[in-house]
Design a protein around this ligand. Sequence first.
Ligand SMILES: [Ca+2]
Ligand SMILES: [Ca+2]
Ligand SMILES: [Ca+2]
Ligand SMILES: [Ca+2]
Length: 242
Amino acid sequence: MKTAALTLGLLMSNAAMAIDVEHTATPITIDGVSESAWDQAKWQPMPFLMDGTLPDSDKDFKGRYKLLWDENYLYLQADIVDDVLIDTHPDPTDKYWDDDALEVFIDSDAAGGNHQFNHTAFAYHIGLDNQAADFGADKKPHLYTDHLISHWQRNSTAPYNITWEVAIKLYPNDFQEGVPNTPLKLTAKQVIGFMLAYCDNDGSKIREHFMGSHEVQPVNGSRNLGYIDASVFGKVTLLPKK
Ligand SMILES: [Ca+2]
Ligand SMILES: [Ca+2]
Ligand SMILES: [Ca+2]
Ligand SMILES: [Ca+2]
């Protein structure tokens, strides 16, 4: 009964955080510059600590994001404050979570479940070089950079936040490694499992702060569960075209 009550509580908190995503008639230009199409999307916060220590939100780390969609992409814009940008592992598949990275969690059918070594969901770790890594079925890291288009840059006016834009393709649960896969067409009313996080390192050996958009309930003391279990993601609903 206790487990059932906990599960119900988790489901309710996820449902309460469901986000509606507006359709964009104009494809977003992925250039690290916000355009007028973004004005219809609401900012969403990413205040939840998933690992490490809580950063000073004035300068160490602060993030928020917006979403839009069209039939080809889920579009993400993140507005990031990070005092030191770090990429000390030159191999993009080596300890990418210990370099600064924007981590986009996607479960195309919002079915949840364990996805650590399968592709029923993805945890795209987008590095500062705009390449995206996640584990494959062989339990090794692989690049999935062709699943998305990513570009970030500093804003041209103080306080010089980072605007990070990503266009993300969605794939079905039967995505296969090493063969051509056809991305899904996005449709109105589709519900997608989604969560966003930022891996922040400013010079330590390992990641200092891991901040996310959704509150993950700890299991055995760990909230760092998104890379394993898609059931901790939130849900977003694609609104009909206007
Ligand atoms: Ca843009
Ligand atoms: Ca920082
Ligand atoms: Ca799935
Ligand atoms: Ca950093």
